[in-house]
Design a protein around this ligand. Structure first.
Ligand code: PRX
Length: 656
């Protein structure tokens, strides 16, 4: 057995079983039922997924092979023909759900819209025909850079309908970040809006698109479609730019869903890693449809009368899987909110819950910490009694924030599903099933049926109870990413080569440390690589360093995460300057702005510390571990013997 590497510090003993009332009505009703499902799936994963694919999804043609596994490349349901837009829309139209609310949308200024399944289907079909008229074909890529408005979901579903892959870029990213992603994906068309409302201000999205495309920087883009949302003055380039409402007018609503191969690409979504440019994570059609469908159904325990609300942005994987595809495939009512809690209304979320009678609420720990800070009087002043289930995602939740969420928002009656997963996994991997698995504050509890997770050492051996190790998955699952767009070798290197079992097995590892307790519950401890998590959003230190170094004054930069009460981590940058520049507050400000321009406001450094030199090993590797200690204001801990110049450390301590 391996030696303990990380001592367990957190001793959380509280256990919260679901109420009998909740369990009775739930899809999965008891721990025994979960265990049976888990064991069945473990014994024969292919049969488990094939049975669900058969009963839960509609196919144009059944598959020949359930799983074709050429490590690390998996194909699920090869030979099958399916369309996720059909599964999200058309199949509900022949049932009573035809006139059920599919999407309830709330705009930040207080306007709202509800689209039934029939209405959403119509809009999607029309927009799919618009895309076709503009020459978008099966296999093309479409960039989507949108505020949180129904057209974002409509555009995604329309792409899926005709077999074009979407590449949604979060509306908070800068023009530069958008440009890089459009170039990498060779997007043929971009869908955007004149602007979107965010914290009482307009985010000028179209302006950013213009900047991204300026001077023919992205030659693949032929057309830009613009939704009129905020009605501010907007430049339209003749021939290239078109208003959504102009083109949508009078277009046929007849657009049968294209039968797609199971493994046809559904979308690309870019995510940060510890090295290099963001990676285009590729997800395909059938496996992703099945995985998001099943996880949504069992984890959020969807019932047909529920109003379900996930507060993520569609620009992140959570928005893809748990605002759009998972809920709609289940015929649920999904709520989409454009805005955020803000100075003029810190209780905005609670207003939305009260107004729409939200039953299931899924948000991020960073938001919960902000709610705690704003004070319980905001939620207390609203009627939140419609809520029956709560969820969190994005980072570990500390037990006290969990307890606050449970008590103040859930009124001590709602189970909390703390869901661990990643852009790469497509859907939730480790999580409570709320009617079955008793929860412990701070633990994501147990793996979803069919997910053969474990905590291991570098050779892939399971570590003992309560010992720290690497969180891995040992068998392919339908929702897994298939490759890095255009770079299969990077896919192999990044995810499949860190853990190297002696028997040559392939094990998936994407960067998190964890431990399992004596009940087999998982406690995710956070990233073990150079990725930092700001307000639940993943940022690669490399990207921010590259942005800083692209400024003429900067010679070298090292970025680390500094613990932050609200955001989890904040960006802390150590910077050395080119010879003819001197440190100043103005320069620090300018550099922060530069990072915002290069990447977006989420990457803005909270602090920039100028230094003459960075601590490096003799082989020239920056010792980020030491910088992390310094940023957190802690004593530099651990071994410093590999440091090339110890004087650097003394200077940094002095803040020089
Ligand atoms: O470190 C883990 C953390 O978020 C990372 C994935 O980030 P991203 O791909 O942007 O997706 C976020 C939404 C799925 C993970 O590697 N993470 C996510 N959920 C949790 C979490 N850490 C602890 N507990 C969670 N519930």
């Amino acid at each position: 057995m391996s030696q303990p590497t990380i001592e367990s510090i957190l001793q959380e003993k509280r256990l919260f079983p679901p109420s009998a009332e909740f369990s009775q009505k739930a899809h999965i009703k008891s721990l025994e039922e979960y265990q049976q499902l888990y064991d069945k799936a473990k014994a024969d994963p292919q049969k488990f997924w094939a049975d669900l694919a058969e009963t839960e999804l509609d196919w144009f043609q059944k598959w020949d092979t359930v799983l074709d596994w050429q490590p690390p490349f998996a194909k699920w349901f090869s030979g099958g023909k399916i369309n996720i837009s059909y599964n999200c829309l058309d199949r509900h139209l022949t049932t009573w759900r035809r006139n059920k609310a599919a999407l309830i949308w709330e705009g930040e200024p207080g306007d709202s819209r509800t689209l039934t399944y029939a209405q959403l289907h119509r809009e999607v079909c029309q927009f799919a025909n618009v895309l076709k008229q503009l020459g978008v074909q099966k296999g093309d890529r479409v960039g989507i850079y949108m505020p949180m408005i129904p057209e974002a979901a409509i555009a995604m579903l329309a792409c899926a309908r005709i077999g074009a892959a979407h590449s949604v870029v979060f509306g908070g990213f800068s023009a530069e970040a958008l440009r890089d992603r459009l170039i990498d994906g060779q997007a043929k068309l971009v869908v955007t809006a004149d602007g979107g409302w965010r914290k009482d201000a307009i985010v000028p999205l179209k302006e950013q698109v213009d900047k991204a495309l300026a001077n023919g920087a992205v030659p693949s883009v032929e057309n830009v479609l613009v939704v009129e949302r905020t009605k501010q003055k907007t430049q339209m380039e003749p021939g290239r730019d078109h208003w959504w409402h102009d083109l949508q007018q009078g277009v046929s609503a007849d657009c049968p869903a294209e039968p797609m191969d199971s493994e046809d690409m559904l979308f690309i979504l870019y995510t940060s890693g510890s090295t290099g440019k963001p990676k285009g994570v590729v997800h395909t059609t059938a496996g992703y449809n099945l995985y998001t469908h099943m996880t949504t159904k069992w984890i959020f325990d969807l019932q047909d009368t529920d109003v379900y609300w996930c507060t993520a942005d569609v620009g992140w994987i959570t928005g893809h899987s748990y605002i759009v595809y998972g809920p709609l495939s289940n015929g649920a009512t999904t709520l989409m909110y454009e805005g955020a809690p803000r100075g003029s209304n810190p209780g905005a979320f609670w207003d939305v819950i009260e107004k729409h009678g939200v039953n299931i609420f899924y948000t991020a720990p960073t938001a919960i910490r902000a709610f705690i800070k704003m004070g319980e009087h905001h939620p207390k002043a609203r009627n939140l009694s419609s809520l029956r289930l709560l969820g969190t995602v994005g980072e570990p939740i500390n037990p006290e924030a969990w307890m606050w969420y449970y008590r103040v928002i859930g009124g001590e009656r709602c189970p909390i599903v703390d869901t661990w997963w990643q852009t790469e996994t497509g859907g939730i991997m480790v999580t409570p099933l709320p009617g079955a698995i008793p929860t412990k504050p701070g633990s994501a509890t147990l793996p979803f049926p069919g997910i053969l997770a474990d905590v291991v050492d570098l050779e892939g051996n399971s570590v003992g109870d309560n010992q720290g190790g690497y969180l891995v998955v040992k068998h392919p699952w339908p929702g897994m990413m298939r490759t890095v767009y255009g770079d299969p070798d990077r896919f192999r290197r990044t995810y499949w080569e860190h853990i190297t079992p002696k028997d040559g097995e392939y094990v998936y590892f994407a960067g998190d440390g964890a431990r399992k307790d004596e009940d087999g519950y998982y406690w995710v401890m956070g990233r073990v690589d150079d990725v930092i998590s700001v307000a639940g959003h993943r940022l690669g230190t490399m990207e921010i360093e590259s942005a800083l170094v692209s400024h003429p004054a900067v010679a070298e930069a090292a970025v680390v995460g500094k613990p932050d009460e609200l955001k989890g981590e904040e960006v802390f940058a150590f910077v050395t300057l080119e010879g003819d520049h001197t440190p100043s507050e103005e320069l620090a400000k300018e550099l922060k702005k530069h990072v915002v321009n290069e990447i977006g406001a989420i990457a803005r450094p909270g602090e920039i510390r100028f230094t003459d030199a960075l601590p490096k090993t003799r082989s020239g590797k920056i010792m980020r571990r030491l910088l992390r200690n310094l940023a957190a204001g802690q004593e530099v801990a651990g071994d410093t013997s590999t440091l090339e110049d110890r004087g650097v450390l003394d200077k940094l301590r002095g803040g020089a």
